[in-house]
Design a protein around this ligand. Structure first.
Ligand code: G
Ligand code: G
Ligand code: MN
Length: 256
């Protein structure tokens, strides 16, 4: 990992030069073993410095460039989806990550809806995953942003639910459509009683509240089976596929 701090000029250049690219990780419906959705994950294509995505996102955030980064990424996602359109199932759940700081910004809803307009409309279910590393303030701007997105058919999921700042109170404060179960709980689901209980509790909560639920970081058949037994049928993780570039995704969708 790099020890060189990235400054705003490096980051802006990376954006302008098209070096920040979307990768895609499949979510699988384990009942049918078919593709349910894709999560967009940012990557730095040059990665000469070997910077982790987490560090890179932190650097974009610190330099106030996260909204530009997301916009840039989504423009590329729209181009990629249009390119792969015939290979993708209708109703595909297409999710991208945003941090709480982005949600409260004035242009956030407009930017997200502009992205939606660049896609074949009925075909995709756009989903915003709210990341957990900062608190989501219960302000009229944030509540209003979620409602406007939902009116336009965009769903809101809480990422890594139950970790970081993503807590139970959010379910009372905000209108959300679903939660993602963090990989740290999935990792020990077969071996640690506390992990099993936590995942079972979140699954029960999702069912009672009619929320969508997706498990991530699924690496083994046993984990997948136990999650299915707990009612979590939509799963994402290395058992199914790692994140892929657009060209790798094309091969994944239509193997030669
Ligand atoms: O892909 P993994 O590759 O290492 O992603 C690391 C973390 O970075 C994850 O927690 C994910 O939520 C976050 N992340 C990935 N892409 C984006 C992005 O476009 N925006 C934000 N805010 N977070 C992202
Ligand atoms: O957005 P989120 O925090 O959920 O980011 C998902 C992160 O988890 C990304 O960094 C992605 O590359 C990583 N990831 C996805 N599937 C697996 C997996 O099965 N195992 C592990 N260890 N990491 C995974
Ligand atoms: Mn995520």
């Amino acid at each position: 990992m790099t020890t060189t701090p990235l400054n705003s000029i490096d980051l802006y250049c990376a954006l302008m030069m098209g070096e920040i690219v979307p990768w895609y990780q499949p979510m699988i419906d384990t009942q049918t073993q078919t593709l349910y959705g894709l999560e967009v994950l940012m990557r730095w294509s040059l990665d000469a410095e070997n910077v982790s995505p987490v560090a890179l996102i932190g650097a974009f955030e610190e330099n106030g460039l996260l909204p530009e980064m997301t916009q840039h990424l989504l423009r590329q996602v729209a181009a990629d989806m249009n390119d792969l359109d015939t290979l993708l199932p209708a109703g595909l759940h297409l999710s991208f990550n945003v941090s709480p700081s982005q949600v409260a910004k004035p242009g956030f809803v407009f930017d997200t809806l502009s992205f939606l307009a660049a896609l074949p409309l009925e075909k995709y279910r756009l989903v915003v995953e709210i990341t957990e590393e900062q608190p989501l303030r219960n302000t009229p701007e944030v509540v209003g942003a979620f409602l406007k997105l939902q009116l336009a058919g965009v769903e809101v999921y809480l990422d890594d639910f139950g970790t970081g700042c993503s807590n139970l109170e959010y379910l009372e404060q905000f209108s959300v459509d679903g939660v993602k179960v963090d990989q740290r709980f999935v990792k020990h689901i077969c071996t640690k009683k506390s992990s099993t209980s936590i995942v079972a509790m979140v699954a029960g909560l999702a069912k009672a509240q009619h929320l969508g639920i997706i498990a991530e970081g699924v690496e083994t058949v046993r984990q997948s089976q136990l999650l299915s037994d707990l009612g979590i049928v939509i799963q994402q993780g290395h058992l199914f596929s790692c994140a892929m570039s657009q060209s790798q995704l094309r091969n994944y969708l239509s193997p030669e």
